[in-house]
Design a binder for this molecule. Structure first.
Ligand SMILES: Nc1ncnc2c1ncn2[C@@H]1O[C@H](COP(=O)(O)OP(=O)(O)OP(=O)(O)O)[C@@H](O)[C@H]1O
Ligand SMILES: [Mg+2]
Length: 254
């Protein structure tokens, strides 16, 4: 079984390496599990996911990230993707002029071994198969990536990308604004369709409601750069009822 282990991780901005944002975070995710991270704005949730994916703006200044016991810190972002990591951005970029079909094709091609060519017929067969599985209209693939997309369409694009890349570990950073109930359902249905022993998910969200649809194995509260509390789905309900001040007070009391 595959494992993603985050060990005493410190992350800072690359140009401010002495100011940690993530401060000694520990988390182990096994394939087959869904972990949710919740926490107040600015606690380093997006920073954590971007650092794991290898975003150049973020530097890992301490600790380690390991897949099946092997450190990924020396790997370039594309190597990390080949090792099975997928990052769904909180704020995805628009790529005008590039259709979703071509974008996905390039993404799938990039994950093949050197010299290996993607077979176009097989690619489209797979793409349409995944789209049917996720109930996405065929017309969707001819649109430019995220160009003028609604929140829901962006989510569809993200889920389709994830389905095509079949990651072992998906880091999903769900934006805290602008997602209506339909967009939440797109994410939830997509993840639930893909849920299984081969996929581990780290789901960053502010929405307790999303966790009604995607029931996580564990819920973690992140505060000031580390995980300060872990529980099951009940913890998300408790957070919704009591707010984060409750966690802060508990921490202050220790
Ligand atoms: N590229 C950046 N440039 C400057 N500051 C940054 C950058 N990335 C993160 N930060 C700072 O690091 C801290 C953590 O930000 P991060 O986006 O990781 O928080 P978050 O937990 O994802 O918040 P939210 O819940 O609002 O999405 C914030 O103070 C933020 O301003
Ligand atoms: Mg964030």
């Amino acid at each position: 079984m595959h494992t993603l282990e985050i060990r005493d991780l410190f992350v800072a901005l690359t140009d401010q390496p002495d100011k940690p944002i993530v401060k000694g975070l520990n988390l182990t995710i096994k394939a087959g599990e869904i972990h949710a991270i919740m926490g107040p704005n600015g606690t380093g949730k997006s920073t954590l996911s971007k650092a794991i994916a290898g975003h150049p703006g973020y530097a890992i200044t301490g600790g380690d990230v390991l897949i099946d016991g092997k450190s990924i810190l020396e790997m370039e972002p594309d190597e990390r993707a080949r090792a099975g990591i997928f990052l769904a951005f909180q704020y995805p970029s628009e790529i005008p002029g590039v259709s979703i079909a071509n974008f996905l094709r390039a993404a799938v091609q990039a994950r093949l071994a050197e010299g290996e060519e993607l077979d176009a017929t097989a690619y489209y067969k797979r793409l349409y198969g995944k789209m049917d599985m996720l109930k996405i209209d065929r017309k969707f693939t001819s649109r430019a990536v995220n160009d003028g997309f609604s929140g829901g369409e962006k989510k569809r694009c993200e889920i389709l990308q994830m389905a095509m890349l079949e990651p072992t570990f998906a880091l999903m950073d769900e934006t805290d604004s602008g997602l209506d109930i339909d967009a939440l359902r797109i994410v939830a249905d997509g993840v639930n369709t893909m849920r299984g022993p081969k996929l581990g998910v780290l789901l960053i969200t502010h929405y307790q409601r999303l966790l009604d649809y995607i029931v996580p194995d564990q819920v973690h509260v992140m505060y000031d750069g580390r995980i300060v509390k872990t529980g099951d789905k009940g913890l998300a309900l408790e957070l919704e009822a009591k707010g984060y001040d409750w966690v802060k007070k508990e921490l202050a009391a220790v």
